[in-house]
Design a protein. Sequence first.
Lengths: 182, 90
Amino acid sequence: MTSQLKVDRISPATGSEIIIDGDEKYFHVYKKSEQIVENNVSTKVVLDTVHSDPYGAWSSSNNEYTIPSDGLYMVHSNLSAHDKGVSQGLVNVIVDIYLNGSLQTQGRNSNNFDNSTTAVTAPVNSLFTNILTRVLPLSAGDKISWYARFSCKYPETPSVLFVGGNETYHNSFAWIYKVASS
Amino acid sequence: MITYTGLVQLGFTEEDFRLQDDSNGEGVYISEWNSTQTQPSVAEIESAERVYIAEEQAQAEAKAQLRTSVINKIATNLTSEEKAWLEENL
């Protein structure tokens, strides 16, 4: 026997009612080209290829997404960074979600390699994938973008890069999905 | 160009500043300045960056010379094949 419970509203004993009207339309953008990033510079991530943008809310010139309607949103990014095959001692990858031009939330990867390493013996071909997912209450017109910062112990100039991908393999990508109206 | 290493070479720490690039072609700029000292000019940062690069190169050359010296001293009793192996693995 199967049973099914269908609801579109949940009213807790205390607190706000949640309206369940998750949108099957999702936004998904990814990176095809690689992007050089200087050491310890918080750099706006260029996501150059749109996979799905049903509301036409992505600005490719500003690399930011304009929220189409009020609600609770899941905001996700998966960004891969590489040291260009040079022994730069890639220590940290920090990814920021920016809301309306200001830092909203942050995710960090750290590589705790031995501090006694030198520029010659530091790990080479280091690849970091920073995965950051947050659920955020957002309003129509809010603007979401991503910034990233890399720290290298032995930086080259230019420093590390974001890894691009292709139609099949999205090494660096982001998506935004509306979970519910709130 | 404003660089992290240029500012560190001038004696500032990571807590003193924040560098940002909005990927709009305008390049790197100082988005936060927390030091009590006066913010240096771009020319001062670039000059310090050149000093940093020169010091790094000098250190790398000194290490390479030391390595060569060590190998040559050890290699006095080695065959050419053994010396080649040493150079490859040291």
